[in-house]
Design a protein. Structure first.
Length: 344
């Protein structure tokens, strides 16, 4: 691809992106080009800002066009002689059309006075044009995926991960329902963030696991490498920092958080096959087994306050074996009826 065609394509992609008409293939090409280097990211930002500036409505009654334009000429003529500057200013004031002065004045106004406004307006506009991409691991299965920025994700059973088509261009935000293990491709200028209804976990160069199923009373974050920022959306408190080896659990009913040292290694959590039932109620265990094996499980109210300790591996242990182990305690019985298990 030639340089001129390359630049033309990038401009076309950006215009289509801002208009909300970009195709999936062009968006992928723009994303790959943007992620190729820091210089490319800066170039895309500058092009978006320039396009935004050209589309701004400029009211000449509120902008001193001649003054702005003469100041522009003065800035680019600093190295010329006084006579040379006079000649340039005199010649320019006679030959430059008004429309060009308006464009220059608008550019000076945006670049010097309100660059931060243009940045936030552009970001909001672009984000509103992108629809969400959803990746799902159904009950009884797991899903490995690589995001456009090379961040690696593993979703556990019954989990959904959503992110914008603008991921990697406007932000690196993902929205999780369920459990996901993240090995993050760190970018200081555009942090990676995982949102759940209760938490925001921000990458500071990290490898971590987030677990927050909709029907669970507890959310959990385990950090295995680096550091991560943590914000509590329920209590509206932020600024917590997790270090490697830290675990945080949250009571989703109250927003209360507790911090521990993690007893599991990254390899154990990455596999997502280990099932730890530590003094857990039978209804909670049933929810975990149901989504892990993709089988419906009902629990009698009689078992609501019965608790169980146990450790299993769903790759090695069948659901029948786990239920039989629980039944061996003498507190629980189970049966299989019409396509579902009933614990009583």
């Amino acid at each position: 691809m030639s340089m001129d065609k390359d630049i033309h394509d990038i401009d076309s992609w950006i215009v289509a992106m801002l208009d909300g008409n970009i195709t999936e293939s062009d968006l992928t090409a723009l994303r790959h080009w943007t992620d190729a280097s820091e210089a490319n990211r800066d170039d895309v930002y500058n092009r978006v800002r320039s396009l935004f500036a050209m589309e701004m409505e400029v009211n000449p009654h509120h902008v001193d066009v001649d003054d702005a334009f003469q100041r522009f000429l003065h800035r680019i003529g600093d190295e010329e002689t006084e006579s040379g500057k006079d000649q340039v200013e005199e010649s320019s004031s006679r030959s430059i059309p008004l429309w060009m002065k308006v464009v220059v004045a608008a550019a000076i106004f945006l670049v010097i006075l309100i660059p931060w406004i243009s940045y936030h307006v552009i970001t909001t506009h672009v984000e509103s044009k992108f629809s969400a991409i959803a990746m799902e691991a159904p009950d009884g299965s797991q899903l490995n995926l690589i995001l456009p920025d090379s961040t690696e994700v593993k979703l556990n059973s019954g989990s959904i991960l959503r992110y914008s088509q603008g991921y990697g261009i406007t932000d690196r935000n993902v929205f999780l329902q369920g459990e996901g293990y993240f090995k993050v491709k760190h970018q200081k200028e555009m942090p990676f963030k995982v949102y759940t209804p209760e938490l925001v976990v921000s990458d500071l160069g990290t490898e971590f696991d987030v677990c927050s199923y909709q029907d669970d009373d507890v959310a959990r974050v385990d950090l295995f490498a680096g550091k991560a920022g943590l914000d509590n959306r329920l209590s509206r408190q932020g600024g917590y920092i997790l270090q490697s080896g830290d675990r945080m659990t949250m009571d989703k009913r109250t927003g209360e958080m507790k911090f521990y040292r993690n007893v599991l290694g990254a390899e154990d959590r990455t596999e997502m096959n280990d099932l730890y039932f530590e003094d857990m109620s039978i209804p909670e265990i049933a929810k975990i087994l149901s989504r892990s094996y993709g089988v419906r499980i009902e629990v009698s109210q009689r078992l609501n306050h019965v608790r169980f300790y146990g450790f299993f591996n769903r790759k090695e242990d069948t659901l029948g074996k786990i239920l039989q182990s629980m039944s061996n305690t003498g507190q629980i019985k189970y049966k299989y009826v019409k396509g579902k298990y009933v614990m009583y």
